[in-house]
Design a protein around this ligand. Structure first.
Ligand code: BMA
Length: 891
């Protein structure tokens, strides 16, 4: 097999075809290419033939069984366990099709599978054409001579992924490749590291075990006489000494025979065009060309969200032979540079770790992305877009595509390009050791080549990373590997990620950095033989940090790292998300269902423990209310914890304290969910924002005031991601818990806050502050604060509690009333409160949409928020569904 693109065929028959992703069009004139889609309805049967049903391609067995009524919603209650049998069976997909004479008389006919999940034998007219073993690859075969008149039968017979993984484990008898199985609490399958498949499909600590089987992407025939363009990639490179851009264009071409031709590359908007004489050799070849951009043209740069626009250019590629057009395609080009800066820092041991985009240091703000559905065929473009829009709407500029899921579909990266979301792209290896037998390495090599070629034109991808946590797993001995055997595992590690994956990426893509793992010490890990003694060292690289027991309100508990690529806390999704997959008896925090959906050991207890540090836990005698109040309190805890930690990272960007600091990234774990269950996500399955996501809107704001205490002194930092300098003062307002009228207000002197920095602008011992304010103690008062300059408030208003709310004196039930109204801009909810109310939470149940803000501290009598509905609704329906909860309402 040679590499192929992931072009999606959309128009059948002759000579024109649209591609998704960066590649936007193809047509040939002399070589009248024919494409026949084989996607659509196939027949699906199980191993012994007792189950036979129609099945959609692209799709999977679970989706087909559900669509045909053989099974219920796999996400309902305990169905993940009830439907475990599906992944133990072998399944066969069959279709018949006709191949016209015209098609069969083409010089070459290719059978193309864009994605096969996973281990299968492919038969065409009873002849085996190939065996597959990797869901992350595309496969294609020359089949012209196997096609016949009349009906042709195509059959794909899949082995059970679970049994295959276990067989491979048995065959690998020399030494174990841990972990053998996931923890029991995950109710998953074993040995997923032996199969090149979405690693979390055998279960994860936030997800169910649904080891899918099926043709998860399109299938088609492609026929041509001269040549076929398989993939175009275009990667802009900048020569800073010449101040000149060039675009490296690669054409992956399948030619029937040696073909001489002329290739013209042009970007009209930049007045740049070049023509090349070329020769396409027979078979599949990669042909590279360089288009130099006219130096007199003004190239507009692609910027991350919040730093500028994402201007797009269009590259046209024309190929001619003897004056006839033989290929013609367009692709999108965005110009930007990326550097990962690892260099010594004054007053700090170790190295910096930050990204420079177009020469400008950029603080990465965002989260981690996991697969948005167990059954990828059910993930719609609208859901994908809505999730990415939610990221941008919370001022995020980066997402990490985590290595235990899938390389996302083209649309994901195209949207990230358009929205300015930087992508940290892992290769799909996570939390495990991996085998290095020849066939395993070979299939991984092919996977890596194909994925890098498919994705490298996207400016959104700013870094490749070899795996998730496997350096840390080895270094800190997650799997109790005997010391004597360590060299063996180290060798396997270097073989897979360094000698193969890294080598391929460096060959295929010189335009962005590569890291071997995350977390890693980067350059320092390399020095230490690729596995550092402590990959979590805050003086180097990125870190992942989790603690559920330490008090998350105390910033001293967080590592002052260079770059926080994972950290987080769990919460439960809202009742409206759980309700469709549960029944009445499930609706308690101690039900079987509640413990079944929790895949992280002691997760449910940890949430209450952490929440209990600062809040009274719900104690209603009404069981349902106690359950929904508990869901609420877990969200309050999560939002407040991740806020504290993120604000700590953002304010640590400009200083070095005790040798640590210059933090330049905060990507919390995790953005989205795969099903309706407790997890670290800020967005629930279905798209509803948790309180954390509303908090992210503020804590990721371009200009942010951060308040914290050190040694009983209150500090306020101004954090700014802007390019321009500001002159800001802090305005601190002290409230008593009992009263909506402020007790007093303090203003600091304006101080300069340079663009892209964090600066201390307010400092006062808490005792002095309260004394100056009269009738206040830590227990009776709280603070709000904001930043302002001569033109008014800059950034959101923030708050600081002087004690745990559970100890607050005078916090009362606020008896908030709410009125829903409709005006020409949409729906609004006007709230009226009788007293100070922390964590005010508006919920309209299963009416999809979102509020302009939510989960806020209400320190005013009235407040109006808007609601954007994602389907038609009415004032009456919203009023009926609306509930308002605040902290004092749950105990
Ligand atoms: C990190 C991630 C995931 C996991 C998360 C929460 O280790 O890489 O593997 O889901 O923590 O435990």
């Amino acid at each position: 097999m040679t590499p192929r693109g992931n072009s999606r065929v959309c128009v059948f028959a002759v000579s024109f075809c649209l591609f998704s992703g960066v590649l936007t069009g193809f047509s040939s004139v002399t070589d009248r290419r024919q494409t026949v889609s084989l996607s659509g309805k196939w027949r699906l049967t199980n191993g012994n033939g007792s189950v036979s049903l129609p099945a959609e391609v692209p799709g999977c067995v679970h989706s087909a069984l559900q669509q045909q009524g053989y099974i219920q919603d796999p996400y309902f209650r305990f169905n993940d366990v009830s439907y475990r049998w599906i992944a133990f069976d072998n399944w066969t997909y069959t279709t018949t099709f006709t191949a016209s004479t015209q098609l069969r008389t083409k010089q070459k006919v290719q059978l193309v599978f864009d994605g096969v999940d996973t281990v299968a034998t492919i038969w065409l007219n009873e002849i085996i054409v190939w065996k597959t073993d990797n869901m992350f690859r595309t496969y294609d075969f020359s089949v012209r001579d196997l096609l016949k008149d009349g009906d042709n039968e195509l059959r794909v017979s899949f082995l059970s992924p679970v049994l295959y993984a276990s067989e491979r484990r048995k065959a690998h008898s020399a030494y174990r490749v841990p972990p053998e199985c996931p923890p029991d609490v995950q109710k998953g399958e074993c040995h997923v590291n032996f199969i090149r498949k979405e690693q979390s499909s055998f279960s994860w600590d936030w997800g169910p075990s649904f080891p899918t089987t099926g043709l998860w992407k399109d299938v088609r025939l492609e026929a041509f006489d001269v040549l076929q363009l398989l993939q175009v990639s275009s990667v802009p490179l900048y020569n800073s000494s010449l101040s000149q851009w060039r675009v490296q264009v690669e054409l992956l071409v399948d030619a029937v025979q040696t073909t001489n031709g002329r290739i013209t590359l042009s970007i009209a908007e930049l007045d740049s065009e070049q023509t090349f004489q070329t020769q396409f050799l027979p078979g599949k070849t990669k042909n590279s060309f360089t288009l130099h951009i006219n130096t007199s043209s003004q190239v507009k740069l692609w910027w991350p969200n919040g730093h500028g626009d994402q201007p797009v250019y269009h590259l046209a590629v024309g190929g001619f032979q003897d004056g006839f057009l033989i290929l013609n395609t367009k692709s999108k080009v965005y110009f930007r540079t990326v550097e990962l800066v690892q260099e010594p820092i004054v007053a700090s041991p170790g190295l910096s770790f930050y990204f420079r985009i177009n020469g400008k240091p950029v603080f990465l703000k965002g989260s981690n992305w996991i697969p948005a559905h167990s059954f990828q065929d059910q993930l719609t473009p609208a859901v994908l877009r809505n999730l990415l829009q939610s990221a941008v709407d919370a001022s995020m500029n980066a997402l990490r595509v985590w290595g235990g899921g899938v390389y996302e579909q083209d649309l994901f990266y195209s949207i990230c390009d358009e929205m300015g979301i930087m992508v940290w792209q892992d290769f799909m290896f996570a939390c495990a050791m991996y085998p290095t037998e020849d066939d395993f390495i070979q299939t991984v090599r092919e996977e890596v080549i194909q994925q890098v070629q498919r994705l490298k034109s996207h400016p959104s991808i700013i870094i490749w990373s070899g795996n998730n946590e496997n350096e840390a797993a080895l270094a800190t001995d997650w799997f109790s590997i005997p010391v004597s055997q360590r060299p063996l595992y180290l060798k396997d590690y270097v073989t897979l990620y360094v000698n193969n994956i890294r080598a391929i990426v460096q060959e295929e893509d010189q335009s962005r950095p590569f890291l071997v793992s995350s977390p890693t010490n980067g350059a320092e890990s390399e020095q230490e033989g690729w596995v550092a003694a402590n990959p979590y060292d805050p003086h180097y690289g990125d870190t992942h940090f989790y603690s559920y027991i330490l008090d998350c309100w105390d910033w001293r508990n967080f590592p002052r790292t260079r770059f926080a690529s994972e950290y987080g806390f769990q919460s439960w999704p809202s009742f409206s998300t759980l309700q469709p997959v549960s029944i009445k008896e499930d609706w308690s925090y101690t039900s079987n269902f509640t413990s079944h959906r929790q895949h992280h050991e002691n997760g449910n207890q940890q949430m209450l423990l952490q929440a209990g540090l600062h809040f009274h836990l719900p104690n209603s005698t009404d069981n349902l209310k106690r359950f929904t109040d508990t869901l609420y309190i877990t969200q309050v805890m999560q939002a407040q914890c991740v806020k504290t930690q993120t604000e700590f990272y953002r304010r640590s960007q400009s200083e070095i304290i005790e040798g640590k600091g210059h933090t330049m990234g905060a990507l919390y774990w995790q953005l989205n969910d795969i099903w309706q269950a407790p997890s670290w996500s800020s967005i629930e399955f279905g798209g509803k924002w948790k309180m954390l996501h509303y908090f992210a809107q503020s804590f990721f704001a371009a200009v942010l005031p951060v308040g914290f205490e050190d040694d009983d002194t209150l500090f306020i930092y101004a954090v700014s991601d802007l390019s321009r300098d500001l002159k800001l003062r802090a305005v601190v307002t002290v409230y008593s818990w009992t009263d909506l009228d402020p007790v007093c207000t303090l203003k600091s002197d304006p101080l300069p806050v340079p663009g892209g920095s964090a600066a201390a602008i307010f400092k006062q011992p808490v005792a002095a502050l309260l004394a100056g304010c009269g009738r206040c103690t830590r227990l009776t008062c709280l603070l709000t604060f904001h930043l302002e300059d001569s033109s008014g408030q800059q950034g959101p208003t923030n708050h600081h509690f002087l004690c745990s709310p559970k100890d607050a004196q005078g916090l009362q039930r606020p008896n908030i009333t709410a009125e829903v109204q409709e005006d020409k801009t949409g729906y609004t909810v006007t709230l009226h409160s009788a007293s100070v109310a922390p964590f005010v939470w508006l919920d309209v149940g299963n009416i999809p949409g979102r509020f302009s803000s939510n989960g806020f501290l209400m320190a005013s009598r009235n407040r109006t928020v808007s609601f954007t509905a994602w389907r038609p609704t009415s004032v009456a329906e919203l009023s009926r569904s609306l509930t308002v909860t605040s902290l004092r309402d749950v105990y």
